[in-house]
Design a binder for this molecule. Structure first.
Ligand SMILES: [Zn+2]
Length: 221
């Protein structure tokens, strides 16, 4: 058996952790030039979602990482509400966070007035116009604004819509995997050209994708 040469790894000395006190937990997400980001834990029909928002818009929204296909139990009757918030400043519940809760609440109830509501504000990382934006940001922008409730699009078609002559399915898949804002940027509506639903969250949350597509009437229950 060939011996494997040892790999050199640099180990950075760790700073000792400060003991945790009784102060409120503080969000450790990166700062935004619009202000501090607060982190909200939301109860939703697809389990706990974490929402990070600055005063101007949402940075991230997603189911907890611990939710996967083995333990996913949808609770259709769960009201969307803020369970806890971890804050960096004074604990304000930012307007984009409240709008997001309202939007998600209507979304999960299949309330027709959802279509009259604008998407909750997403922080400026997605506000770039298509011109000069990266392929990933164009893909996410088009998905958020052009693929509506109850519609689906294939990876390749979304790639072509975003300026790739070949469709760049793999790059689109990577963009979906890195989607920072679950549901509002509806990567669950991106499916394979064959009609197979494809992966969600790298394949760990495919049952959630099926459930969302059933909720929107794309798949039969
Ligand atoms: Zn921001």
């Amino acid at each position: 058996m060939a011996s494997i040469p040892p790999t050199k790894t640099r180990v950075k000395p760790r700073k000792p952790r400060k003991p945790s006190g009784s102060r409120p937990m503080r969000c450790m997400k990166s700062e935004c030039h619009h202000g501090p980001t607060n982190t909200y834990s939301l109860a939703t029909p697809i389990g706990t979602m974490e929402l990070v928002s600055c005063p101007r818009g949402i940075h991230t929204l997603g189911q907890l990482n611990t939710i996967n296909d083995d333990n996913f139990i949808p609770r259709p009757d769960q009201e969307v509400c803020i369970k806890t918030q971890l804050f960096k400043d004074n604990g304000y519940t930012y307007k984009p966070a409240l709008k997001c809760v309202e939007w998600l609440s209507l979304y999960f109830k299949k309330d027709p007035t959802l279509h009259t509501l604008p998407l909750p504000a997403i922080c400026s990382f997605l506000k770039k116009s298509n011109k000069g934006a990266t392929f990933t940001s164009r893909v996410l922008h088009n998905l958020a604004h052009k693929i509506k409730y109850g519609q689906t699009v294939s990876y390749g078609a979304l790639g072509k819509l975003s300026g790739s002559p070949t469709g760049a399915c793999r790059a689109v898949g990577q963009a979906m995997r890195n989607n920072p804002v679950q549901i509002l940027i509806p990567c669950h509506r991106v499916i394979e050209a064959s009609g197979k639903i494809g992966n969600y969250s790298g394949g760990s949350k495919n049952n959630t994708k099926v459930w969302l597509l059933q909720l929107e009437g794309v798949l039969k229950t």
